[in-house]
Structures are given as C-alpha cells and as structure tokens.
Design a protein around this ligand. Structure first.
Ligand code: AMP
Length: 286
C-alpha cells in the first residue's frame, strides 16, 4: 500500500514504525513521473530490501527556478503520479506544498561554491542553492539512509555528492543511468511541453553530442556538435561545453564530459555524453 503525506508531521508518523524494519531510501522528484523516475524507484527498492521503505518526494521546488514562467508551466499531474507510485510499489509519497516546506521568512540556504559555478549553475544563478537546500531538507525530513539521483542531471549529482561529503550528511548517494526515448531523446518531464515540431527535432541534441564525441580534438568536437544543433531552426544553444568529469571546469583533453543545454522555445533541455580516456572501458555513449 502506498501512503501519501503532505507535511513533516505526516512523514514522521508514516516513517516512525517503518524505520526499525529496514533502510529508508528516498527518490527526490518534481513529479510528472516518467520511466526515468521509475527506474530510480527500482534502484531504491533494491537498496531498501524487503523490509525497507521507499519514499518518493514530489515537490516542484520554487527556489531552484530562475524563471517564473518555467515554474508556472511545470507540469503537476499529481493523481497520475500517485497512480504511477502505487504501481511501482512505492511505500510513501511525500508531496508537500511550498508553504509546508518553507517558512515565509526563511533565511538559510545551502551553497556549493565550486561545481555549481559551471554549466547550468552559470546560466541559472541560484539554481543549485535551491537544489542543495531542498535536498538537505528532504534528507533531514525523511532521515533517509540512501537517496537515488539520475545521471541525466550529472551536475546535480556531482553537487549533491559534494554537499553530502562536505557536510558529513549520513546519506548514501546512489545514481541511475539516463533513460531515453527510442529516438534517443533523454526522458524529461519537460518533453511534454515541446510542440510536435520541437519534439521531432529534439533527438538531434543527443545525436549531436554522441557523434561529436567520436572525434579527436576538443575544437572539432565542439564545432561539430554546435553545427549539428544549430542546423535546427527550433534550437537555441544555452551552453555547449567540454568539462572535466570531476571538477566540471573547462577541459581540453579526455576524460571529459560534453554537456549542453538547449532551448526549444521556452523549454530548456539538457544532455551530456562522457568522453573517457582513449582505451578506457565504458565508451560513455550513453
Ligand atoms: P526531476 O523530477 O526532473 O527533478 O528529476 C528527479 C530525478 O529523476 C533526478 O535525480 C533526475 O536526474 C532523475 N531523472 C530525470 N530524468 C531521468 C531520465 N531520463 N533517466 C533517469 N533519471 C532521470
């Protein structure tokens, strides 16, 4: 049975007895659940074991949005999400309101000051402050033993791991691979907001990164990816960068990550591919 709770007290009550029976594993989401989210739930289920508890949080976190229109347009199909959680065997859904999460005069924010300065953090100032703050709150509210994040948001994963390390947060951070549509587009709650023309064109993003990653020189890689993305009349590049996989600083040699954010109209999609050192296992063609 899936229990749905909407505030800290409800969550505490739901987890009190369960906690003694096994680990609590959290999957933080903003809802509009798709198969990518549910693959993280499966990882959580595995980690929690039979007696453990899988918690999915569904919260469109206002403080991580840099644009009001993006926050307002973010899909919130709660009933469908609850159905998906029931079918996936989630034990507890935590779906708070913004008021339940944040005091009107909140004045404490968690800031990561290195990894979050690049890529999405450079084009969305304060985004990762919002992400770190909400994740730490969710970790504290659930008292989870582990939490599962998607590699799709690889910068988010790196920032959360750094926060957990630097603040001694006693939560094991697990990662799941990116699930894609059959045409290669990374699954995302934002895909539903693409027009049919934009949706037809969007797989170009992954194709551009994947094909460019097969080239040798960084300049050729960046030029080829840019050419392919910009060949579309629908796409506008927010950033396209080669960065080191650990520091996220600009990289001029392998190992590297080729990462991009691209606007299709008002919808901003992100994707990346790994460029491992030549000869290393796992070619990174995710
Ligand atoms: P979101 O609801 O977009 O905040 O995402 C919640 C979690 O699901 C994050 O850890 C994301 O990285 C992860 N996620 C989003 N899309 C995918 C995907 N296509 N495959 C796997 N995980 C994903």
């Amino acid at each position: 049975m899936t229990l749905t709770v909407h505030d800290a007290a409800g969550l505490r009550d739901a987890l009190r007895a369960r906690r003694t029976a096994g680990p609590v594993v959290l999957v933080p989401t903003m809802g509009a659940l798709h198969a990518g989210h549910l693959s993280l739930v499966a990882i959580a289920r595995e980690r929690a074991g039979e007696g453990g508890t899988v918690v999915v949080s569904i919260f469109v976190n206002p403080i991580q949005f840099d644009r009001r229109d993006d926050l307002d347009a973010y899909p919130r199909p709660l009933e469908a999400d609850l159905d998906a959680c029931r079918s996936a065997g989630v034990d507890v859904v935590f779906a708070p309101s913004a008021d339940a999460m944040y005091a009107p005069d909140r004045s404490v924010t968690v800031t990561e000051t290195a990894l979050s300065r690049h890529l999405c953090g450079a084009s969305r100032p304060c985004h990762f402050d919002g992400v770190c703050t909400v994740c730490l709150k969710l970790f504290l509210l659930t008292g989870c033993d582990a939490a599962v994040f998607g590699e799709k948001d690889f910068q988010q994963l790196a920032v959360i791991r750094r926060m957990a390390r630097d603040l001694d947060v006693p939560v094991e951070i697990l990662a799941g691979p990116t699930l894609r549509e059959p045409d290669g587009l990374a699954m995302s709650s934002r895909n539903a907001r693409l027009t049919p023309k934009q949706r037809a064109d969007a797989p170009r993003l992954h194709r551009a990164l994947r094909d460019a990653a097969a080239l040798d020189s960084p300049a050729d890689i960046l030029a080829a990816a840019r050419r392919e993305i910009e060949a579309s009349p629908h796409a506008r590049i927010d950033y396209l960068e080669l960065v080191h996989p650990h520091t996220l600083r600009p990289a001029s040699a392998r190992p590297a990550v080729l990462a991009a954010a691209v606007f299709y109209g008002h919808v901003r999609l992100i994707d990346h591919v790994h460029l491992p050192v030549a000869g290393a296992s796992g070619s990174g063609k995710k």
